[in-house]
Design a binder for this molecule. Sequence first.
Ligand code: SAH
Length: 383
Amino acid sequence: MSLATLNLGKGLEPALLSGHPWIYRNHLPAHQLHSGDWVRVEAGKSAAFGLYDDEGAIGLRLFSQHDVPDDAWITARVEEALALRSGFDDKTTNAYRLIYGEGDFLPGITVDRYERYAVLKTYSASVERLVPTVVKALGQQLKLRGVLSRDASGLTPLYGQKPPPEVTIAEHGLKFIANLYEGQKTGLFLDHRENRKWLEPHTSNRTVLNLFSYTGGFSLYAARGGASHVTSVDVAEAANEDAKRNFALNDFDPDAHDFVTADCFDLLARYAQQNRRFDVIVIDPPSLARNKKSRHAALRAYRKLNATALTCLSPGGLLVSASCTSQVSPEEFRRVLGDAASEAKVRLQIVHEAGHASDHPVPATFPEGRYLKFVAARALPLA
Ligand code: SAH
């Protein structure tokens, strides 16, 4: 098979040399490629091999700088990815990301593990051709019951069997129900695992408000950390029902805590008006910007949400604020929190910062891979 070569022009030489995995469509010269075709690209003295896609802003996903990847190349990447996750002790944590696409040098493919099942997602049609090799390599390395592909139509088995309607996974020794068929993302928000754990020792004898609580992730760690009371708020009734079941599953009495089905923006404004106070407030909203254009609106929303939360914190209380909006950089998010502190008239001390954990690795030359911001800060009265 003869391979097309596209010359991208010298301007893209540094990007190709760095191993950056994307070429935007508007950087491609005229060509006759079809979705799923392998292509060699060159720029100045550098070259790379990638898959072409007809749709989306990313025209090419690059894999190797040496050759078209064969099965052995793909298998080697899967093995590297698994080696990075070998430190997890299955007894206490058996849900984590096995392959983080570009982060594991397999652009466009993510795989999440939930106990003995793995859920695979592709982000472009072209990479579908790599899936059988990825699945085979995973199957050979891990004792999985099933590897499933998840898309809009549901779960399709790629290997082994389908999971039951609910799988119970372990995360740092806590149990969580995961619905791999309908849960958000591939079931749970695995990216915050270490951030949830971070919260635990900061909750002893404190009142905790967990905003955008989904199935109670941060709330369960707060309960285990000895929080005197946890209020979990999510707009989705079903998520709250699962949060209550997760409390019971871990032997925490759901009736001793509050699970509120409400819009967090409205509820928080009401709490502020009512002078409600909490010792710890966790804020983990969904992405607030879908594209660059909505970035400013997202920054304003973060500022308002965090400023209102700060007015609901007891003196010396802890604001634990996350952002998964990739268009907002860690620096911008920190600045937003600073602005929120000025608006709320408090001194805000950042005591901890993180992103996602080691199962979501970010190549040094692919900063786009880091989307999650997690900041914990103590709020003190003006002095
Ligand atoms: N912190 C969670 C994940 C949160 S995901 C964890 O660790 O598992 C974001 C959640 O926000 C989703 O459950 C979604 O239902 C909820 N949500 C989205 N918009 C909302 C709104 N305006 N008010 C309340 N909840 C909202």
